[in-house]
Design a protein around this ligand. Structure first.
Ligand code: GUN
Ligand code: ZN
Length: 440
């Protein structure tokens, strides 16, 4: 089917891999469509007009200019639903655990983002890294400073990408230069919402860092903001490390558990994103499930900080399934690459005696994350009408991968080897709204 309202601009040729459904629900074979000699037609407005086998290309599109990627894979761009913009210089900072890492490395670096100049330079570096890794959208934390969020929104807008971010709110247990107050947090967040939420492809996420660094008064303000701005997202951290959980228990002695703290301040819901969720009880999973909240698995970060092993089957229990996304969590996470992140998720699952297939993993990083963000009508697959946010992957990008492909027999083999052995070297090109924004 073609959309005649839009003017065709160009064709991408390659092996198209298009996820249509969750492989864990629809079955592996029903979750993806694959064309070894496929094509995607992109409109001048940056949307997908048509995709399918090149042999079936409608007559009207023949003769368009063509970016030919031969047997490389064309997929929807990766979506990273938990990443910290102002931590782009502190990957690989060796903390004893989460709280030590935050105090010694993270807060001092985030303090620098009070400078617009510092933030603006970093934003270009950060967005370049996303594109070089095939990531076309993200849900990102900024620092506590309003200027940091303004700068990232502005840089993302210029690049035409779908970026969801927000000013971090934190009013205790950190140095003064990364603290706000309930009042300034509420006012600054609302001003940023008014300025950026819904502007082009940008959205605002109300961003309390975590219960540890927000007073009751600030969490109250956060809940009010979320209620007043129901089209915004809410992002925070939950149940990541033992020290963090013990601190929250002391700070909120009345709470049933960590999740109950956020629940008390009305922060659970369909637009709520909780990073980590490693040590959740059945009760917490049931509440997260009931409220439609999402837990975001960040395996490279969890392994690096020694936080623990996420249990995908515990979260997914049939009687109370919690929606799950997968993300890098740079800079607790050690790589911008969603391929490396998927590989690490696979290994974490193995250590828990669980199984993630390559289809499960690539679905999560594309359509799965898009669905959790409620952006699946715009991104996450190659379906007609969506933005042409696309990554082109070279399954033979290194000698090791090239020799591995000589014995790969199926698409599952190729995707699996890419997520275990691949990284940014596997990204041949990245497109945002039809525009090539990265080429290797
Ligand atoms: N919990 C609170 N802040 C952070 C952060 O910046 N990174 C991680 N991994 N966990 C957190
Ligand atoms: Zn984080």
């Amino acid at each position: 089917m073609t959309n005649t309202d839009q003017q065709a601009d160009k064709i991408l040729r390659g092996a198209t891999v298009n996820f249509k459904a969750n492989p864990r629900v629809a079955g592996q074979e029903n979750s993806v469509s694959y064309e070894a000699k496929g094509a995607v037609v992109i409109s001048t407005s940056g949307h997908i007009l048509w995709q399918g086998a090149f042999a079936n290309l409608p007559e009207e599109f023949k003769g368009l200019s063509c970016d030919d990627y031969d047997d490389k894979l064309i997929l929807a761009g990766f979506i990273d639903p938990h990443i910290h913009f102002p931590q782009n210089r502190i990957l690989a900072a060796p903390g004893k655990d989460l709280l030590d890492w935050l105090n010694r490395f993270t807060f001092p670096e985030e303090a620098r983002y009070c400078s617009e100049e510092y933030a603006a330079k970093a934003a270009e570096f950060f967005l370049d890294r996303l594109f070089a890794n095939g990531t076309t959208s993200s849900l990102a934390f900024c620092s506590v400073h309003k200027t940091c969020a303004d700068t990232l929104f502005s840089a993302a807008e210029k690049r035409g990408m779908a970026m969801i971010t927000g000013k971090t709110m934190m009013d205790r247990l950190a140095p003064d230069n990364v603290l706000d107050t309930p009042e300034t947090a509420g006012r600054d967040s609302q001003e940023l919402i008014n300025k950026w939420n819904g502007k082009g492809r940008l959205k605002y996420a109300i961003t309390p860092r975590f219960a540890v660094t927000s007073t009751d008064a600030q969490l109250q303000v956060t809940g009010d903001l979320y209620k007043d701005n129901p089209d915004c997202l809410m992002q925070t951290h939950l149940s990541e490390s033992a020290g963090e959980i013990a601190t929250v228990q002391k700070q909120f002695p009345w709470s049933k558990d960590y999740t109950d703290v956020y629940d008390h301040f009305n922060l659970l819901g369909e637009n709520s994103f909780f990073a980590h969720g490693i040590h959740l009880s059945d009760r917490e999973c049931a509440r997260l499930s009931e409220s439609g909240s999402t837990v975001v698995h960040c395996p490279t970060s969890n392994n690096f900080l020694g936080s623990g092993l996420f249990d995908i089957d515990h979260l997914g229990k049939a009687d109370r399934p919690v929606g799950v996304g997968v993300a890098t969590d740079v800079g607790g996470g050690t790589s911008y690459s969603m391929l490396q992140t998927l590989g690490e998720a696979y290994k974490v699952a193995m250590l828990k005696g669980r199984k993630i297939t390559a289809y499960d993993a690539f679905y999560l990083a594309t359509l799965g994350n898009a669905k959790q963000l409620k952006l699946d009508d715009e991104i996450g697959s190659l379906d007609q009408g969506k933005f042409a946010d696309i990554v082109v992957l070279d399954p033979k990008s290194t000698p090791v991968l090239a020799s591995r492909q000589e014995v790969s027999e199926t698409l599952e083999d190729v995707l699996f080897s890419l997520m275990i052995l691949g990284d940014d070297r596997a990204v041949s090109a990245t497109y945002v709204a039809g525009k090539c924004v990265y080429k290797s």
